[in-house]
Design a protein around this ligand. Structure first.
Ligand code: 5GP
Length: 348
Protein backbone atom coordinates (compact mmCIF):
# COMPACT_ATOMS: atom_id res chain seq x y z
CA UNK A 1 0.00 0.00 0.00
CA UNK A 2 1.39 3.35 -1.04
CA UNK A 3 0.20 6.38 0.92
CA UNK A 4 0.86 9.82 -0.47
CA UNK A 5 2.31 11.62 2.53
CA UNK A 6 2.36 15.23 1.37
CA UNK A 7 -0.44 17.21 2.98
CA UNK A 8 -3.21 18.36 0.65
CA UNK A 9 -5.06 21.53 1.56
CA UNK A 10 -8.54 22.97 1.54
CA UNK A 11 -9.42 26.67 1.50
CA UNK A 12 -9.84 26.70 5.27
CA UNK A 13 -6.28 25.44 5.81
CA UNK A 14 -4.57 28.56 4.48
CA UNK A 15 -4.63 32.33 4.49
CA UNK A 16 -3.07 34.72 2.01
CA UNK A 17 -0.12 36.71 3.34
CA UNK A 18 -0.48 40.49 2.92
CA UNK A 19 2.15 42.19 0.76
CA UNK A 20 3.43 45.69 0.18
CA UNK A 21 1.16 47.47 -2.22
CA UNK A 22 0.96 50.71 -4.13
CA UNK A 23 -2.80 50.39 -4.50
CA UNK A 24 -4.79 52.93 -2.56
CA UNK A 25 -8.32 51.77 -3.26
CA UNK A 26 -10.11 48.64 -4.37
CA UNK A 27 -11.66 50.79 -7.08
CA UNK A 28 -8.31 50.57 -8.85
CA UNK A 29 -8.50 46.79 -9.07
CA UNK A 30 -9.58 45.24 -12.34
CA UNK A 31 -11.16 41.84 -11.77
CA UNK A 32 -12.01 41.16 -15.39
CA UNK A 33 -9.88 38.71 -17.30
CA UNK A 34 -9.14 38.05 -20.89
CA UNK A 35 -8.28 34.63 -22.26
CA UNK A 36 -7.69 33.24 -25.70
CA UNK A 37 -8.70 29.61 -25.50
CA UNK A 38 -6.25 26.91 -26.48
CA UNK A 39 -8.41 25.01 -28.98
CA UNK A 40 -11.30 27.27 -29.94
CA UNK A 41 -8.97 30.29 -30.31
CA UNK A 42 -11.93 32.41 -29.17
CA UNK A 43 -11.40 35.38 -26.88
CA UNK A 44 -13.13 35.60 -23.51
CA UNK A 45 -13.55 38.85 -21.62
CA UNK A 46 -15.38 39.06 -18.31
CA UNK A 47 -15.33 38.38 -14.60
CA UNK A 48 -14.48 34.68 -14.58
CA UNK A 49 -17.14 33.48 -12.18
CA UNK A 50 -19.76 31.01 -13.40
CA UNK A 51 -23.04 30.02 -11.73
CA UNK A 52 -23.19 26.24 -11.46
CA UNK A 53 -25.29 24.20 -13.87
CA UNK A 54 -27.43 22.95 -10.99
CA UNK A 55 -31.23 23.17 -11.33
CA UNK A 56 -31.55 26.11 -8.98
CA UNK A 57 -28.58 28.27 -10.01
CA UNK A 58 -28.13 27.39 -13.70
CA UNK A 59 -31.22 29.30 -14.84
CA UNK A 60 -31.81 31.70 -17.68
CA UNK A 61 -32.91 34.35 -15.16
CA UNK A 62 -29.56 33.95 -13.41
CA UNK A 63 -27.78 34.17 -16.78
CA UNK A 64 -29.41 37.53 -17.51
CA UNK A 65 -28.77 38.92 -14.03
CA UNK A 66 -25.12 37.88 -14.03
CA UNK A 67 -24.49 38.96 -17.62
CA UNK A 68 -25.33 42.52 -16.61
CA UNK A 69 -22.25 42.32 -14.36
CA UNK A 70 -20.08 40.40 -16.86
CA UNK A 71 -20.31 37.06 -15.05
CA UNK A 72 -21.42 33.79 -16.61
CA UNK A 73 -23.79 30.90 -16.08
CA UNK A 74 -23.65 27.26 -17.02
CA UNK A 75 -27.28 26.50 -17.83
CA UNK A 76 -28.70 23.35 -16.28
CA UNK A 77 -29.32 20.31 -18.46
CA UNK A 78 -33.08 20.21 -18.28
CA UNK A 79 -34.21 23.01 -20.57
CA UNK A 80 -36.03 21.97 -23.72
CA UNK A 81 -34.61 22.41 -27.21
CA UNK A 82 -37.14 25.21 -27.82
CA UNK A 83 -36.23 27.07 -24.62
CA UNK A 84 -32.54 26.79 -25.42
CA UNK A 85 -33.05 28.00 -28.96
CA UNK A 86 -34.94 31.06 -27.73
CA UNK A 87 -32.35 31.83 -25.09
CA UNK A 88 -29.30 31.61 -27.33
CA UNK A 89 -31.10 33.62 -30.00
CA UNK A 90 -31.68 36.35 -27.42
CA UNK A 91 -27.94 36.38 -26.67
CA UNK A 92 -27.27 36.95 -30.35
CA UNK A 93 -29.68 39.88 -30.23
CA UNK A 94 -27.57 41.51 -27.58
CA UNK A 95 -29.93 40.96 -24.64
CA UNK A 96 -27.14 39.38 -22.67
CA UNK A 97 -24.27 39.73 -25.06
CA UNK A 98 -21.62 40.27 -22.43
CA UNK A 99 -22.35 36.89 -20.93
CA UNK A 100 -20.66 33.71 -21.90
CA UNK A 101 -23.49 31.30 -21.23
CA UNK A 102 -22.47 27.66 -21.26
CA UNK A 103 -24.69 24.96 -22.72
CA UNK A 104 -24.35 21.95 -20.40
CA UNK A 105 -24.44 18.29 -21.28
CA UNK A 106 -23.57 14.86 -20.01
CA UNK A 107 -22.06 12.17 -22.24
CA UNK A 108 -25.01 10.02 -23.23
CA UNK A 109 -26.13 9.56 -26.83
CA UNK A 110 -29.27 11.55 -26.11
CA UNK A 111 -27.21 14.44 -24.64
CA UNK A 112 -25.22 14.58 -27.86
CA UNK A 113 -28.31 14.37 -30.04
CA UNK A 114 -30.00 17.19 -28.15
CA UNK A 115 -26.91 19.37 -28.44
CA UNK A 116 -26.54 18.81 -32.17
CA UNK A 117 -30.25 19.56 -32.60
CA UNK A 118 -29.93 22.89 -30.76
CA UNK A 119 -26.74 23.72 -32.65
CA UNK A 120 -28.42 22.95 -35.98
CA UNK A 121 -31.30 25.28 -35.18
CA UNK A 122 -28.88 28.04 -34.19
CA UNK A 123 -26.43 27.63 -37.08
CA UNK A 124 -23.76 26.52 -34.61
CA UNK A 125 -24.03 29.83 -32.75
CA UNK A 126 -23.43 28.43 -29.25
CA UNK A 127 -19.89 29.33 -28.25
CA UNK A 128 -19.43 27.70 -24.84
CA UNK A 129 -20.22 24.21 -23.74
CA UNK A 130 -19.76 22.47 -20.41
CA UNK A 131 -19.45 18.70 -20.61
CA UNK A 132 -19.60 17.37 -17.10
CA UNK A 133 -19.90 14.11 -15.28
CA UNK A 134 -19.36 13.24 -11.63
CA UNK A 135 -16.26 11.24 -12.51
CA UNK A 136 -14.13 12.60 -15.34
CA UNK A 137 -11.66 9.71 -15.18
CA UNK A 138 -13.39 7.32 -17.56
CA UNK A 139 -12.27 6.51 -21.07
CA UNK A 140 -15.80 7.09 -22.28
CA UNK A 141 -15.65 10.66 -21.04
CA UNK A 142 -12.31 11.44 -22.68
CA UNK A 143 -13.57 9.94 -25.95
CA UNK A 144 -16.72 12.04 -25.76
CA UNK A 145 -14.65 15.22 -25.37
CA UNK A 146 -12.61 14.16 -28.43
CA UNK A 147 -15.79 13.58 -30.41
CA UNK A 148 -17.25 17.00 -29.57
CA UNK A 149 -13.95 18.71 -30.33
CA UNK A 150 -13.74 17.01 -33.71
CA UNK A 151 -17.31 17.90 -34.64
CA UNK A 152 -17.11 21.50 -33.37
CA UNK A 153 -13.57 22.87 -33.74
CA UNK A 154 -14.55 26.44 -32.81
CA UNK A 155 -16.48 25.60 -29.66
CA UNK A 156 -14.98 26.53 -26.30
CA UNK A 157 -15.21 23.33 -24.28
CA UNK A 158 -15.14 23.11 -20.51
CA UNK A 159 -14.88 19.51 -19.32
CA UNK A 160 -14.74 17.77 -15.94
CA UNK A 161 -14.74 16.97 -13.16
CA UNK A 162 -11.26 15.84 -12.22
CA UNK A 163 -8.76 16.68 -9.47
CA UNK A 164 -5.28 15.71 -10.67
CA UNK A 165 -2.71 17.03 -13.10
CA UNK A 166 -2.31 13.88 -15.23
CA UNK A 167 -5.94 13.75 -16.31
CA UNK A 168 -6.09 17.54 -16.67
CA UNK A 169 -3.38 17.25 -19.32
CA UNK A 170 -5.15 14.35 -20.97
CA UNK A 171 -8.39 16.32 -21.20
CA UNK A 172 -6.68 19.32 -22.72
CA UNK A 173 -4.96 17.08 -25.25
CA UNK A 174 -8.37 15.52 -25.97
CA UNK A 175 -9.80 18.93 -26.85
CA UNK A 176 -10.89 20.69 -23.65
CA UNK A 177 -10.11 24.40 -23.35
CA UNK A 178 -11.07 24.60 -19.68
CA UNK A 179 -10.82 21.67 -17.27
CA UNK A 180 -13.34 21.69 -14.43
CA UNK A 181 -11.78 20.75 -11.11
CA UNK A 182 -13.46 19.39 -8.00
CA UNK A 183 -14.58 16.01 -6.71
CA UNK A 184 -16.44 16.11 -3.45
CA UNK A 185 -16.05 19.69 -2.18
CA UNK A 186 -19.59 20.90 -3.03
CA UNK A 187 -21.96 22.29 -0.41
CA UNK A 188 -24.67 19.72 -1.15
CA UNK A 189 -22.36 16.95 -2.26
CA UNK A 190 -22.03 13.73 -0.26
CA UNK A 191 -19.53 11.93 -2.50
CA UNK A 192 -16.78 11.91 0.12
CA UNK A 193 -19.15 10.50 2.69
CA UNK A 194 -20.69 7.88 0.41
CA UNK A 195 -17.57 6.75 -1.42
CA UNK A 196 -14.53 7.92 0.52
CA UNK A 197 -13.25 9.48 -2.72
CA UNK A 198 -12.14 13.09 -3.08
CA UNK A 199 -9.28 15.57 -3.01
CA UNK A 200 -8.87 18.76 -0.94
CA UNK A 201 -9.98 21.50 -3.26
CA UNK A 202 -7.20 24.08 -2.94
CA UNK A 203 -4.50 21.50 -3.67
CA UNK A 204 -6.56 20.14 -6.57
CA UNK A 205 -6.80 23.67 -7.98
CA UNK A 206 -3.07 24.37 -7.58
CA UNK A 207 -2.00 21.07 -9.14
CA UNK A 208 -4.50 21.09 -12.02
CA UNK A 209 -3.84 24.77 -12.82
CA UNK A 210 -0.15 24.04 -13.05
CA UNK A 211 -0.77 21.14 -15.42
CA UNK A 212 -3.28 23.07 -17.56
CA UNK A 213 -1.21 26.23 -17.84
CA UNK A 214 1.78 24.20 -18.97
CA UNK A 215 -0.23 23.22 -22.05
CA UNK A 216 -1.89 26.60 -22.60
CA UNK A 217 -5.23 25.49 -21.12
CA UNK A 218 -7.38 26.90 -18.34
CA UNK A 219 -9.13 25.47 -15.30
CA UNK A 220 -12.38 26.19 -13.50
CA UNK A 221 -12.43 25.56 -9.74
CA UNK A 222 -15.83 23.98 -9.09
CA UNK A 223 -17.26 23.64 -5.59
CA UNK A 224 -16.31 24.34 -2.01
CA UNK A 225 -16.33 28.14 -1.99
CA UNK A 226 -18.29 29.21 1.08
CA UNK A 227 -17.13 32.81 1.68
CA UNK A 228 -15.68 35.45 -0.69
CA UNK A 229 -12.19 34.79 0.73
CA UNK A 230 -12.39 31.26 -0.71
CA UNK A 231 -12.68 32.74 -4.20
CA UNK A 232 -9.59 34.86 -3.53
CA UNK A 233 -7.76 31.71 -2.47
CA UNK A 234 -8.92 29.75 -5.53
CA UNK A 235 -7.84 32.55 -7.89
CA UNK A 236 -4.63 32.95 -5.88
CA UNK A 237 -3.98 29.22 -6.27
CA UNK A 238 -4.23 29.48 -10.05
CA UNK A 239 -7.92 29.06 -10.92
CA UNK A 240 -8.80 30.89 -14.13
CA UNK A 241 -12.55 30.48 -13.56
CA UNK A 242 -14.61 29.66 -10.48
CA UNK A 243 -17.97 27.90 -10.43
CA UNK A 244 -20.38 28.64 -7.60
CA UNK A 245 -23.46 26.74 -6.44
CA UNK A 246 -24.31 27.29 -2.78
CA UNK A 247 -23.06 30.89 -2.64
CA UNK A 248 -25.54 31.83 -5.38
CA UNK A 249 -28.45 29.73 -4.08
CA UNK A 250 -31.51 31.20 -2.35
CA UNK A 251 -31.96 34.17 -4.68
CA UNK A 252 -34.86 35.44 -6.79
CA UNK A 253 -33.13 34.29 -9.98
CA UNK A 254 -32.88 30.69 -8.70
CA UNK A 255 -35.48 28.13 -9.71
CA UNK A 256 -38.07 27.03 -7.19
CA UNK A 257 -40.55 28.75 -4.93
CA UNK A 258 -39.91 30.52 -1.67
CA UNK A 259 -41.07 28.35 1.23
CA UNK A 260 -41.86 29.52 4.76
CA UNK A 261 -40.78 27.74 7.93
CA UNK A 262 -41.39 29.29 11.36
CA UNK A 263 -41.91 32.70 9.82
CA UNK A 264 -38.63 32.59 7.89
CA UNK A 265 -38.29 32.38 4.12
CA UNK A 266 -36.20 29.74 2.35
CA UNK A 267 -35.52 28.25 -1.06
CA UNK A 268 -34.84 24.59 -1.77
CA UNK A 269 -31.34 23.72 -2.96
CA UNK A 270 -30.30 20.19 -3.80
CA UNK A 271 -27.36 18.32 -5.31
CA UNK A 272 -27.76 17.10 -8.88
CA UNK A 273 -27.06 13.55 -7.69
CA UNK A 274 -29.35 13.82 -4.69
CA UNK A 275 -32.47 11.76 -4.23
CA UNK A 276 -34.51 14.92 -4.89
CA UNK A 277 -32.91 15.41 -8.32
CA UNK A 278 -33.09 11.74 -9.28
CA UNK A 279 -36.76 11.59 -8.31
CA UNK A 280 -37.45 14.64 -10.42
CA UNK A 281 -35.65 13.47 -13.56
CA UNK A 282 -35.05 9.74 -13.40
CA UNK A 283 -38.13 8.51 -11.54
CA UNK A 284 -36.12 7.72 -8.41
CA UNK A 285 -32.72 6.44 -7.33
CA UNK A 286 -31.76 3.38 -9.40
CA UNK A 287 -31.35 0.18 -7.43
CA UNK A 288 -27.63 -0.17 -8.06
CA UNK A 289 -26.64 3.29 -6.88
CA UNK A 290 -26.85 5.59 -3.88
CA UNK A 291 -27.55 9.30 -3.88
CA UNK A 292 -24.38 11.41 -3.71
CA UNK A 293 -25.98 14.71 -2.90
CA UNK A 294 -28.35 16.18 -0.36
CA UNK A 295 -31.19 18.65 -0.19
CA UNK A 296 -31.17 21.72 2.05
CA UNK A 297 -33.24 24.84 2.65
CA UNK A 298 -31.23 28.00 2.00
CA UNK A 299 -32.37 31.24 3.56
CA UNK A 300 -34.09 33.42 0.95
CA UNK A 301 -31.74 36.27 0.00
CA UNK A 302 -33.58 38.45 -2.54
CA UNK A 303 -31.95 39.52 -5.79
CA UNK A 304 -28.54 38.03 -6.58
CA UNK A 305 -26.97 41.43 -7.24
CA UNK A 306 -26.51 42.14 -3.51
CA UNK A 307 -24.62 38.91 -2.97
CA UNK A 308 -22.60 39.63 -6.07
CA UNK A 309 -21.39 42.96 -4.71
CA UNK A 310 -20.20 41.21 -1.59
CA UNK A 311 -18.36 38.48 -3.48
CA UNK A 312 -16.70 40.84 -5.95
CA UNK A 313 -15.88 43.32 -3.17
CA UNK A 314 -14.09 40.55 -1.28
CA UNK A 315 -12.02 39.53 -4.30
CA UNK A 316 -11.12 43.15 -5.09
CA UNK A 317 -10.07 43.72 -1.51
CA UNK A 318 -7.90 40.59 -1.54
CA UNK A 319 -6.12 42.05 -4.57
CA UNK A 320 -5.40 45.30 -2.70
CA UNK A 321 -3.95 43.40 0.28
CA UNK A 322 -1.33 41.74 -1.92
CA UNK A 323 -0.79 44.60 -4.35
CA UNK A 324 -2.41 43.03 -7.41
CA UNK A 325 -3.74 45.71 -9.77
CA UNK A 326 -5.46 43.07 -11.83
CA UNK A 327 -7.03 39.73 -11.00
CA UNK A 328 -4.50 38.23 -13.40
CA UNK A 329 -1.68 39.26 -11.04
CA UNK A 330 -3.28 37.76 -7.94
CA UNK A 331 -1.76 34.32 -8.39
CA UNK A 332 1.77 35.72 -8.82
CA UNK A 333 1.35 37.84 -5.70
CA UNK A 334 -0.14 35.09 -3.56
CA UNK A 335 1.82 33.39 -0.82
CA UNK A 336 -0.27 30.98 1.20
CA UNK A 337 0.44 30.38 4.83
CA UNK A 338 -0.83 27.25 6.50
CA UNK A 339 -3.01 27.99 9.50
CA UNK A 340 -4.70 26.01 12.22
CA UNK A 341 -7.50 28.50 12.60
CA UNK A 342 -8.91 30.71 9.88
CA UNK A 343 -11.68 32.67 11.60
CA UNK A 344 -12.57 34.02 14.99
CA UNK A 345 -15.82 32.21 15.71
CA UNK A 346 -16.80 34.09 18.93
CA UNK A 347 -19.94 35.50 17.37
CA UNK A 348 -20.68 32.71 14.91
P1 5GP B 1 -20.83 24.58 -4.16
O1 5GP B 1 -20.46 25.87 -4.83
O2 5GP B 1 -22.28 24.52 -3.81
O3 5GP B 1 -19.93 24.25 -3.02
O4 5GP B 1 -20.54 23.43 -5.24
C1 5GP B 1 -21.20 23.38 -6.47
C2 5GP B 1 -20.77 22.14 -7.22
O5 5GP B 1 -21.09 20.94 -6.53
C3 5GP B 1 -21.47 21.95 -8.55
O6 5GP B 1 -21.02 22.82 -9.56
C4 5GP B 1 -21.18 20.48 -8.85
O7 5GP B 1 -19.89 20.27 -9.39
C5 5GP B 1 -21.20 19.86 -7.46
N1 5GP B 1 -22.46 19.14 -7.23
C6 5GP B 1 -23.71 19.57 -7.43
N2 5GP B 1 -24.62 18.63 -7.08
C7 5GP B 1 -23.91 17.57 -6.63
C8 5GP B 1 -24.28 16.29 -6.15
O8 5GP B 1 -25.44 15.93 -5.99
N3 5GP B 1 -23.25 15.46 -5.82
C9 5GP B 1 -21.94 15.83 -5.97
N4 5GP B 1 -21.00 14.95 -5.66
N5 5GP B 1 -21.58 17.04 -6.39
C10 5GP B 1 -22.55 17.90 -6.74
Amino acid sequence: MHIEESVKLDFKDVLIRPKRSTLTSRLEVDIRREFIFHHSRKTYRGIPIIASNMDSTGTMEMARALAAHHLSVALHKHYSVDELEQFFLSLGNGVAATSSAFYSMGISASDYEKFTAVMARLNNAIEYVCIDVANGYTEGFINFVKKVRKAFPHLTIMAGNVVTGDITEELILAGADIVKVGIGPGSVCTTRKMTGVGYPQLSAVIECADAAHGLGGQICADGGCVVPGDLAKAFGGGADFIMLGGMLAGHDECAGDVVERDGKKFKRFYGMSSRAAMEKYAGGVAEYRAAEGKEVLVEYRGPVVNTLQEILGGVRSACTYVGAHKLKELTKRTTFIRVTQQLNESFG
